[in-house]
Design a binder for this molecule. Structure first.
Ligand code: NAD
Length: 268
């Protein structure tokens, strides 16, 4: 079992020391977190990000704006934070209310403070394999593989999902580590056959029970990014854990797998 809790804890210890060192040198580290509206899942994420900052000694500045905030008001705030020396990172929690253009907001964040790595400047750097910031979830997956000494070099890696925040950057990071990478998606013909060829299978679909044992090669490394509610109301991933675990050499559980890594990588 690849435990995101174990890797995350080790990483946070390392980060705490790094922040302490910066503090000794007279440098404080600050993250600005913007949340617009009353999305309850977003509120939980923002609280956890603030808690994570506290734990490692990073200052966090929360900007909780009402649902009816206009796009220009939000852009004005970001502009102010772009120029604020106390703020090293700016994060605008998505999704935003429908009247705000998300891409315009992402584009307005100074790329040097874009800790989510969603700005096209940083996305471009990920494409050329030369980056400062990485999207947290795929970065967390790579950190877990590294921690467990799992090399993807020369391996066939199949990523199911092509979103901008998970699937696409995930594929780029596996490629950088010399995996032979294939991206599958809702338009893929014969998904099962593609998955059966995978030495490393990453599921980022968002559908409970999507990856079944008959789609997984014996001995494959299986990474489950999905966060779903099962029919019983419990948190579960995209992978049928109980049956796939028997075939996989390594597997991430949900909860306790990729999830705990995401905020840790944001802190990094
Ligand atoms: P998304 O909805 O943007 O993308 C889902 C992808 O799945 C799409 O690219 C689509 O092509 C693919 N897909 C859908 N149906 C398919 C099918 N039948 N066959 C093959 N591919 C299919 O979702 P996302 O933002 O990439 O997130 C994916 C999952 O990961 C969600 O469950 C989300 O909650 C979870 N997630 C977890 C974390 C974490 O911290 N662990 C972070 C981000 C997202």
């Amino acid at each position: 079992i690849i435990s995101g809790k174990v890797v995350s804890q080790a990483k946070r210890e390392e980060l705490k020391n790094r922040v302490a060192q910066l503090n000794v040198q007279g440098t404080e580290v600050g993250l600005a977190v913007i949340i617009v509206g009353n999305n309850s899942a977003s509120r939980v994420y923002v609280n956890n990000k603030k808690k994570g900052c506290e734990e490692i000694g990073v200052n966090s500045y929360e900007y909780a704006l009402p649902e009816e905030t206009s796009q220009s008001e939000l852009l004005e705030l970001i502009e102010k934070l772009n120029g604020d020396d106390k703020v090293d990172g700016i994060l605008c929690q998505l999704p935003l209310p429908a009247h705000i253009d998300e891409q315009a907001v992402i584009n307005s964040i100074n790329p040097q403070k874009d800790v989510d790595a969603f700005h096209p400047f940083n996305v471009g750097h990920i494409m050329i394999g030369d980056y400062t910031f990485l999207p947290c979830t795929p970065a967390g997956v790579m950190e877990m593989l590294k921690f467990y000494n799992i090399s993807v070099k020369g391996k066939k890696c199949v990523v199911i999902g092509r979103s901008n925040i998970v699937g696409k950057p995930m594929a780029m990071l596996l490629l950088k580590e010399n995996g032979t990478v294939e991206i599958c998606h809702s338009g893929t013909a014969n998904l099962k056959a593609e998955c059966l060829g995978a030495d490393v299978l990453v599921a980022a679909v968002g559908k409970a029970g999507f990856v079944t044992a008959d789609m997984v090669k014996e001995g494959a490394v299986v990474i489950d990014v999905g966060i779903n509610r099962g029919a019983d109301g419990r948190l579960c991933g995209d992978v049928c854990f109980d049956e796939v675990e028997k075939k996989a050499s390594f597997i991430t559980p949900v909860p306790g797998g990729v999830g705990p890594m995401t905020i840790t990588m944001l802190l990094e």
